[in-house]
Design a protein around this ligand. Sequence first.
Ligand code: PBE
Length: 266
Amino acid sequence: EASGNVGEELDYTITGIDAGAGIMSATDEAVETYELSDWDVTASSDAAMTQALADAVENEEPIIVTGWTPHWKFSSFDLKFLEDPEGVYGEAEDIHTFAREGLEEDMPEAYQVLDNFQWSEEDMGEIMMEIQDGTDEVEAARNWIDNNEDTVAEWTDGVEEVDGEEISLVFVAWDSEIASTNMIALVLEDLGYDVSMDPLEANFMFQAVSEGEADAMVAAWLPLTHEHLVEDYGDSMEDLGANLEGARTGLVVPEYMDIDSIEDLQ
Ligand code: PBE
């Protein structure tokens, strides 16, 4: 039977990312909801997951990964989300910007830019793809800014320049957040800020902003993926709203696999 074969071929393994990612908790829940107790979800990283995916695709072998859009892997490979009839991974997600309490008073210029920041999946995808093709992260972000001056001008419209004030951004080294954080960091630098960027685990990213150790982050996936982190930390930080709409998470496989639903793993 087809589904049994898939499990055996894959050694009942779903290739995951960093253990702190929301998609990992969602996948644990999927294992429960769909009664996949034979399956293991391995923790690794976005980079290791995409390498495993690339290797599998090259050999047309089966693989199941925890996947999301925006992500360059959908441009590089023919992939599909497995249907999720129980809705464990939720519907469309938005990526939100959060600021520490007091940022608006302390750095009104940066606050305004962060509040105005909004772009599309295609925008983020351009930076991600260029990085994937070998361009340095900062250079890829700079190229996007140079090609999208009008968009950036809307975010910075009426915002005064500053004189080397320090601002700290935190993020997680997911490819999507590497793209967004590098880009907004450069926009702030162009306004005169001295920007630091620290990669952290997801829970420490939220904690840093909620405790005021970091000033802001642009990497909160809602309503579902980071719901537990917003419950823990959201009260002591400020939600500046969505910077990107229509993101999605789930289990992802190459098109050539003949399964279509998470239920096919049972
Ligand atoms: N992601 C990408 C993150 C949010 C951004 C889907 C891997 C997560 O699962 O927490």
